[in-house]
Design a protein around this ligand. Structure first.
Ligand code: CMC
Length: 431
């Protein structure tokens, strides 16, 4: 980060004020307005953080115009093709890809921490069977802070590493247990002879009655899906982690808050909403009707899986997801899948339509992810949990970067108050 220029702010009736401009490694220059309030008595108003960098970060970079996503400088396409999810998790955490020795040690530590405290089973039993699995996850992940609080000196790197390794190891178990509970099947204990992702599939789809044999093509597909979702810089849920963590809250509680944020249909809940939308459209012949609705200002309907705050060109994850989708459907002999064909047609028509072209609305990662997950046998209600499983890596890394920032301040935005002006309580109202 360099300081090359200055910005001068001219406010009517006041002396001009100068602010430094930071030039980052990649991306837009940023005016440092931290002293604006003190110098001018004014605040900035930026609903939805449209023009605000909320922090400095070394983890992930997105160039929305180019459609580029980098984890620690590496393009997502190369990582998706050449690395496993645990390599990517190590990279995000430590800044570099692991060598063989580092990878073996990391894989070993993750594999040997996959079980959760047996008492946590009682938490699941307290939920109704029809509880949304995301609601269960918010509860169970938050409850980790009640079970694992012996390593809470976060100025100590060892403690931070313990929290990271623990949550990365346990999330697949927690997600799979949420699923098994919802369908009334016994929880499956983890198997250390399997890879991270194969073990997750075993815990999801295996039963005690027979040995589960994961299909390597499907394992590879799901592992790549995890990689694509591992981090995405300062989105709503990562910002939630940072805001919650800025009070020095326990990281598991912060992750639980992020899961809550991810759940919404404008964020991680979009993959579920997208599949429901495709089911509702049902047939290629009805695509024009839905495109018309998406364009109608008086209709709240939006084409789910389209548009992104940052990507104003193709979401690179969507391209990779489309390829994974085709591979999985081919492996399963489902090349003629009705929803896949419908999605391709919807994409084709939308990308030729002036409404979508002029607003730079392209398919995002969630457009194809629901179809792949459905083909993998994952029920719709679990889609966002899969996203949360993978994104936990990014959340933990964002949390650690924030907590170690020497300039850390508790997040405390100001507001533009537009309520009733100061007034006195009338005498007749008895309190
Ligand atoms: N269908 C129809 N119109 C849309 C859509 C859409 N999916 N997305 C945006 N627009 C229109 C919107 O109506 C507005 O039009 P106008 O300028 O005429 O008022 C314009 O495009 C800009 O939209 P915006 O809501 O101001 O854009 P945003 O950056 O605030 O919202 C978004 C981004 C992702 C919330 C939005 O595109 C959306 O709701 N998409 C559908 C939900 C979705 O797929 N979400 C997953 C996001 S990717 C996964 C993740 O990161 O969590």
């Amino acid at each position: 980060m360099t300081l090359a220029r200055k910005a001068t702010l001219i406010i009517e009736g006041q002396e001009p004020v100068e602010f430094p401009i930071f030039t980052p490694v990649h991306g837009n220059d940023c005016i440092d307005i931290r002293k604006l309030g003190g110098k001018t008595g004014l605040f900035t108003y930026d609903l939805g953080f449209m023009s605000t960098a909320s922090c400095s970060s070394k983890i992930t970079f997105i160039d929305g115009d180019k459609g580029e996503l980098l984890y620690r400088g590496y393009p997502i396409e190369q990582l998706a093709e050449q690395c496993e999810f645990l390599d990517v998790a190590y990279l995000l955490k430590h800044g570099e890809l692991p060598d063989t020795e580092q990878k073996n040690a990391f894989v070993n530590i993750v594999k040997t921490h996959t079980m959760i405290n047996e008492q946590m089973v009682h938490f699941y039993q307290g939920f109704r069977r029809d509880a949304p699995p995301m609601a269960v996850m918010i509860g169970v992940v938050g409850a980790l802070s009640a079970f694992y609080h012996e390593a809470e000196d976060f100025s100590d790197e060892t403690h931070r590493n313990i929290s990271f390794n623990r949550i990365v190891a346990k999330l697949p178990t927690i997600v799979a247990m949420a699923y098994k509970y919802s369908i009334g099947e016994p929880f499956m204990y983890p198997r250390n002879d399997l890879s991270y992702t194969a073990n997750f599939m075993h815990m999801m789809f295996g039963t005690p009655c027979e040995r589960y044999e994961p299909n390597p093509v499907l394992v590879h597909a799901l592992d790549t899906i995890f990689t694509l979702h591992a981090d995405h810089e300062q989105n709503a849920s990562a910002s939630t982690v940072r805001l919650a963590g800025s009070s020095r809250a326990n990281p598991y509680a912060c992750i639980s808050a992020a899961i809550g944020c991810l759940w919404g249909p404008a964020h991680g809940g979009a993959n579920e909403a997208c599949l429901k939308m495709l089911e509702e459209i049902g047939d290629v012949s009805r695509v024009p009707e839905y495109i018309k609705r998406a364009k109608d200002k008086n209709d709240p309907f939006r084409l789910v899986g389209f548009g992104h705050r940052v990507y104003k060109n193709f979401d690179p994850r969507a391209r990779l997801m489309q390829k994974i989708c085709a591979d999985v459907l081919q492996e399963l002999g489902l090349e003629d899948d009705r929803l896949f064909k419908l999605a391709r047609e919807l994409e084709r028509i939308a990308l030729e339509d002036d409404y979508f072209i002029s607003r730079k609305l392209y398919p995002n990662v969630d457009f194809y992810s629901g179809i792949v997950q459905k083909a993998l046998g994952i029920p719709v209600s679990m889609f966002t949990c899969i996203f949360a499983l993978a994104r936990t890596v990014g959340w933990m890394v964002q949390w650690e970067e924030m907590i170690m920032d020497p300039d850390l301040k508790i997040g405390r935005p100001r507001q533009l108050y537009i309520g009733v002006p100061r007034r006195d309580v009338p005498q007749i109202v008895a309190c």
